[in-house]
Design a protein around this ligand. Structure first.
Ligand code: HEC
Length: 166
């Protein structure tokens, strides 16, 4: 009885081992496909990052603002003016901290240059035509473009200061 048990155990082990070996072979046989699937996934992931989440801290955009240095301190008065303007003119399409018809401006300066932000506010028509990032954003938002509402650089600057407080 003992011997029978031993033999059947051995037989079982042998079967298991050969199965294992077989599976390994199978895996190797499919390794090419596995690799190509991984590659496809990687590029799909890169494409899946929406324009509103991409980070571009070099592009200054197209428009009147070519260079802007921000003081490390936030100007509270200017930010207050910006907040009023935002509430009056932008909340039809934007919420400060969540996506609405347009993206949320919260943390925008972690994603964009200050020049780009002001140029998009002041010059949205040329931006969505010729700036690759603004173009991609417009596509992500189903082609509903941002209207020109602000033409004063001071007002655009106030809006930017408000965004820094979000
Ligand atoms: C009619 C709706 C609408 C109004 C009003 C509007 N926006 Fe937009 N905004 C959008 C849409 C849609 C996008 C994304 C597509 C694009 O850039 O055209 C956008 C994009 C932006 C972006 C870029 C966000 C990012 O994450 O890159 C900023 C900044 C911005 N808007 C600021 C403003 C400000 C400031 C105002 C008010 C003066 C304003 N918008 C008014 C619809 C609007």
């Amino acid at each position: 009885m003992k011997t029978t048990l031993k033999i059947s155990t051995l037989a079982l082990i042998a079967v298991l081992m050969s199965c294992g070996g077989g599976e390994e072979k199978k895996k190797t046989g499919f390794s090419y496909e596995t690799n190509s699937t991984t590659e496809t996934n990687t590029s799909a992931e890169a494409k899946d990052i929406p324009a509103s989440k991409t980070i571009d801290l070099t592009n200054k955009g197209i428009g009147p603002i070519t260079s802007l240095n921000l003081d490390t301190n936030i100007d509270a008065n200017l930010a207050k003016q910006g907040e009023e303007l935002f509430t009056k003119t932008c909340t039809a399409c934007h919420r400060p901290d969540k996506k609405f018809i347009g993206p949320a401006p919260k943390d925008i300066l972690n994603r964009r240059t200050p020049e780009w932000v002001m140029n998009l506010i002041l010059n949205p028509n040329n931006m969505v035509k010729d700036d690759p990032l603004a173009k991609a954003l417009l596509e992500e938002h189903n082609g509903s473009p941002m209207p020109v509402q602000i033409t004063s650089e001071d007002e655009a600057r106030a809006l930017l200061e408000y965004f820094r407080t979000l």
